[in-house]
Design a protein around this ligand. Structure first.
Ligand code: IVH
Length: 650
């Protein structure tokens, strides 16, 4: 790579990254990106003096700070006045129209995250500063550079402050908390806290790993001459920043209200959490005339959505026993309406979490419900205690079968394989969609079958008969026959579904597919070494599989005989040949379709890849071979004509 190619590579990588992180419209694959990225890394190692400030390698986050220094904003960062309903909007509009009656309004989401000020000089991101007290914040530039939706360089050379909110998408928040739970670490209360906490990490590699997202909402110091805020914001988006999921210029009460209804209705479907809609006067000259009170601008207001966090009281803590025996506590709370849904239960994850938060019966707590996630307790209001609150003891016995519970890392587990709760839940799991997908086995019916003694294990399901079912309350001929048909239809399923349906701890759909593909029926005889060699399967999962097979081998075999799942067609291990284990790239027109040649090479044990790199062993070419051929020649990759290839393995 020479200097021109290096600069071109940076342009390319930044464009690809913008398409991925800003426009949500990827235009290349990870593989292609990574390859060019590594070429850039190599070049920079050899030519450190030529390193560009907007190189994506500047985002890695390998800086550990001692602490953050204070840094003034170039202009003050304001906060907003809140309104909560139509009356509030009406009052604000009346007040604002008095200052100027020829105005329109720019409406955009109010993001629930942490505010951030970015300073660009000569088109380069030079500072990232937290809001702080609005005048002075903390300098966190290294962390900010790890956020992929923040451009390191922009096509705007005058000094500009770009303000916005740093958020964590809801899905990412769940992912982070799930891994913190597994690691026995304290959970983040909500995406806002997670975003703010991640921004202020001394080790920027932690920030980098959190997949933060920046959404611009305004500018501070600038020399832009737009008349309308909406145009100014379009310009900011065009510099390479993310657009809001929804925005509009509105005229007057009805249109603002309509926009508010739309955003509130759709809020669950947005990737980030919103806590309202911000309404801003769109005419910049009017904004300037209106100015600020001591605390907030007169030209903007935050129209808050109904809260997703509410205060309630913990009435009881009940224990749930899952199919794997894991005992999880659930808080029963004083029923509370959260944005139209009455919440009565909140997850507590595990007893460590109860201890860490020190949740007691009778405590006032803040619960959070957002979108499709299960409501959770995010804070205990300890200052509201009156002394009548009762500590919750960790149970020692299973609430269902009374057998001794075992502490397995952060989890409490019932060890009794015949525990009623485990049996019912494992049947429910067996019948669920990603397993055998058996219609008609809802929780009520499974509990009934279990109570009546018809089904005590998975195998018993296939002992059910019409006569037996007809003795059950609520079962008429049709319902009974439907259930028997569904059970019959579950036979001859894909093999991975069969493995998944067994409910082996830590083994879900993906791992089941891997096991099925890798070993077929022989997975029950695979050794630990063989299992951990599979992609995506680690020690813990392997041990779980071995333990499950050790205890349940007979049941697995019986079930398999009954269910006759289909064994995946396994590729035979290829015989020795020059292509086995080699990486091959195809180019040009050949005597057969490229797909057919790819299949043939794969059956010889080769990996067929799309682009030529140093790792390529052979480039096989047909007529009109183009740039891949040139590249192979340049890299010294061995090239073979189609005929030569055939000669080699025949
Ligand atoms: S405008 C002069 N717009 O909410 C205007 N703020 O309550 C000042 N926020 O500190 C802010 N989304 O961190 C504005 N679309 C949005 C916003 C937004 C979230 C945050 C921001 C601010 C706080 C004010």
């Amino acid at each position: 790579m020479n200097n021109t190619e290096y600069n071109e590579a940076i342009e390319k990588l930044n464009l690809w990254s913008k398409h991925y992180y800003v426009l949500d419209d990827p235009i290349t694959t990870d593989e292609v990106y990574d390859k060019l990225y590594h070429e850039v890394v190599e070049y920079e190692e050899l030519n450190p003096k030529e390193m560009q400030e907007n190189s994506p390698t500047q985002r890695v986050g390998d800086m550990i700070s001692e602490g953050f220094t204070k840094e003034p904003h170039l202009s003050r960062m304001w906060s907003l006045e809140d309104i909560f309903d139509k009356a509030g909007l009406d009052k604000w509009l009346t007040k604002t129209y008095k200052l100027d009656n020829k105005i329109t309004f720019y409406c955009e989401p109010k993001y629930d995250g942490a505010s951030l000020n970015l300073i660009y000089e000569n088109g380069i991101l030079v500072k990232g500063i937290t809001r702080g007290d609005g005048t002075i914040g903390e300098l966190i530039t290294q962390n900010v550079k790890t956020i992929k939706s923040i451009p390191l360089a922009i096509e705007h050379k005058e000094t500009i402050e770009i303000r916005g909110e740093v958020v964590i998408f809801k899905r990412e928040f769940e992912r982070i908390n799930k891994s913190r739970l597994q690691a026995g670490e304290a959970l983040f209360a909500n995406p806002r806290n997670a975003a703010a906490g991640s921004l202020r990490q001394l080790d920027s590699s932690i920030t980098a790993a959190r997949n933060l997202v920046f959404l611009p909402y305004g500018v501070g110091v600038d020399s832009l001459e737009f008349k309308l805020l909406s145009d100014k914001m379009e310009y900011i988006y065009s510099l390479g920043f993310r657009m809001p999921p929804q925005r509009a210029v509105t005229k007057g009460f009805d249109e603002i209200e309509e926009m508010y209804e739309i955003m509130n209705r759709d809020r669950d479907s947005y990737e980030m959490m919103l806590d309202g809609m911000v309404v801003k006067v769109n005419e910049i000259s009017s904004q300037i005339d209106m100015g600020y009170t001591v605390k907030v601008p007169r030209f903007a207001v935050a129209y808050k959505f109904p809260a997703v966090e509410k205060i309630t009281t913990v009435k009881e803590i009940v224990l749930q026993v899952g199919r794997t025996g894991a005992v999880t506590p659930v808080a029963i709370v004083e029923p509370t309406d959260i944005d139209g849904v009455v919440v009565e239960r909140a997850t507590l994850h595990n007893f460590d979490e109860i201890e860490r938060k020190d949740i007691r019966l009778g405590d006032k707590v803040i619960i959070l419900r957002s979108g499709d996630v299960i409501p959770k307790i995010i804070k205990v209001l300890t200052h509201e205690r009156d002394g009548s609150e009762v500590k919750v003891e960790k149970p020692t016995k299973c609430p269902v079968c009374e057998s001794e519970l075992l502490q397995e890392e952060v989890l409490l587990k019932c060890q009794n394989l015949e525990c009623d709760a485990r049996v019912v839940n494992s049947i429910m799991y067996f019948a669920s969609k990603p397993c055998l997908n058996i219609d008609g086995l809802g929780v009520k019916i499974v509990e009934q079958l279990f109570r009546e003694g018809f089904v005590k294990s998975l195998l018993d399901l296939y002992e059910l008969t019409l006569e037996k079912l007809l003795t059950l309350e609520g079962f008429k001929e049709k319902k009974a026959q439907n259930l028997l048909n569904s059970l019959e239809n579950a036979k001859r399923s894909d093999y991975w579904r069969f493995i998944n349906s067994l409910g082996i701890e830590h083994i879900g759909e993906v791992a089941s597919k891997t096991l099925a593909e890798q070993f077929g029926f022989a997975w029950v005889d695979a050794t630990k070494e063989q299992i951990v060699e599979c992609e995506g399967i680690g020690e813990e999962m392997a041990e779980s599989i071995l333990e499950f097979v050790r205890v349940n081998r007979e049941t697995i075999e019986k079930l398999q005989t009954i269910l006759q799942p289909l064994e995946p067609i396994k590729r035979e291990e290829a015989k020795e040949n020059p292509f086995k284990g080699k990486t091959v790239v195809l180019t040009g027109t050949m005597s057969e379709s490229r797909g057919a040649i790819k299949d043939m090479l794969e059956s010889l044990g080769a990996k067929v890849s799309a682009s030529v790199s140093k790792k390529t062993d052979f480039l096989i070419y047909g007529e009109d071979a183009g740039s891949k051929y040139d590249k192979a020649e340049k890299l010294g990759v061995k090239t073979l004509e189609e005929e030569e290839m055939r000669a080699l393995y025949n």
